[in-house]
Design a protein. Structure first.
Length: 72
């Protein structure tokens, strides 16, 4: 069995304005995370399910955060 440590830290450090993150992995669902981000006084929560790797989870979360804040 493979063990992943400090995964939430990767999300928090990899996304500007991230204030909280909950991360998980299951074989059936893949890598999943809920991340709270605050920028320019606005807060959003981004949830990603089914990423194939931790790196792709962080990248997809960052992409959705940037898209969301660009809409504000």
């Amino acid at each position: 069995m493979r063990q992943v440590t400090n995964s939430s830290r990767r999300i928090l450090n990899g996304i500007s304005g991230a204030t909280g993150a909950k991360y998980g992995y299951t074989r059936a669902a893949g890598f999943n995370a809920a991340t709270m981000v605050e920028r320019r006084g606005k807060k959003i929560v981004v949830v990603v399910f089914g990423a194939r790797s931790l790196a792709s989870l962080v990248a997809r979360t960052a992409q959705l955060v940037d898209l969301s804040f660009n809409k504000f």
